[in-house]
Design a protein around this ligand. Sequence first.
Ligand SMILES: C[S@@+](CC[C@H](N)C(=O)[O-])C[C@H]1O[C@@H](n2cnc3c(N)ncnc32)[C@H](O)[C@@H]1O
Length: 333
Amino acid sequence: MPHSDELLWGAVGDISRFAALLTMAELGLADHLAHGPLDTGELARRCGAHAPSLRRVLRELAGMDVVRPAGPDTYDLTARGTALRSEVPDSIRSSIRMLGEEGFWYAMGMLPATVRDGSSAFAKRYGHLYDHLAKNPTSSSMFDDYMRRRAVPLTEGLAKRYAFPATATMVDVAGGKGHILATVLHANPTMRGILFDLEHVAAHATAALAAEGLSDRTEVVSGDFFASVPAGDVYLLASVLHNWDDEDAVKILRNVRRAMNPGGSVLVLEVVLPDDETPHLGKDFDMRMLAIFNGGTERSRDEYAALLGQADLALGDVVELGAGASLIEAISR
Ligand SMILES: C[S@@+](CC[C@H](N)C(=O)[O-])C[C@H]1O[C@@H](n2cnc3c(N)ncnc32)[C@H](O)[C@@H]1O
């Protein structure tokens, strides 16, 4: 643990570093530098920026080892900076853009107001996140991309660590465009899958699953999980329950329990909070849940067990998947 001043001043500096990264992502600097170094004037011309301002951002970015000087007033992309290119497999560009989107910035900046009155300043200004995304296709597609990329290590862990029944139908509840479902089905060639999400998201899932060559083993169903979910054997709820308060989370779980075929199971993939005061990624995520959702919250293992119990489900194994996330298995009681 660094000295507290270092930690505190580091956190203060993180705002500037994030803003510099956001500028790099928004202006597409990594794509412009992908084919070799450019001088600041030429880079500014290509990305439509004010050269003297851009020069100052490049100096900050060089300190973060995402660009490096390659001659007088000239910068090149580093290996780390390559992750900000749009088309590389591990691209972080749209995730940074999504987290730097006006509404997300506003939500974090207004956290003190949210904490004062216990009601999300983001929700007051923009409405529920998923209604906001339904009206803003660009933000919605950045959000889906962020969720997909964030899930990659967890999804691989899930596909490897969980013994799916060979002929099961998995329902990916609120599964976005189906990136997790696709990984599970590729690893389990005799399984079938149903992707369930809101209409504006599900509309894109059909094409995404077709691109994965999975049209014949998948069905895409759109709807509202507070009304009902499709029948199946294994239910996946990945990064879903943490968006909702206990009452709503139990409603979702009860609808899953009601639709589940006999002998079915529920897999909840979430960051599980430790019971102590140690630093944990889940506590960072929890600030975002607090800022954006009324009632959205990260939970501990006991809190998940209590939620499941209210939906007549019993907690089974809890397996750490890495990147701070766990797989919580539940079966009907
Ligand atoms: C945080 S994302 C998780 C996506 C995916 N499970 C993953 O882990 O990448 C939450 C998802 O819930 C969906 N969603 C929100 N409200 C919903 C509702 N009422 N019914 C069905 N899906 C909903 C959103 O469209 C979004 O895709």
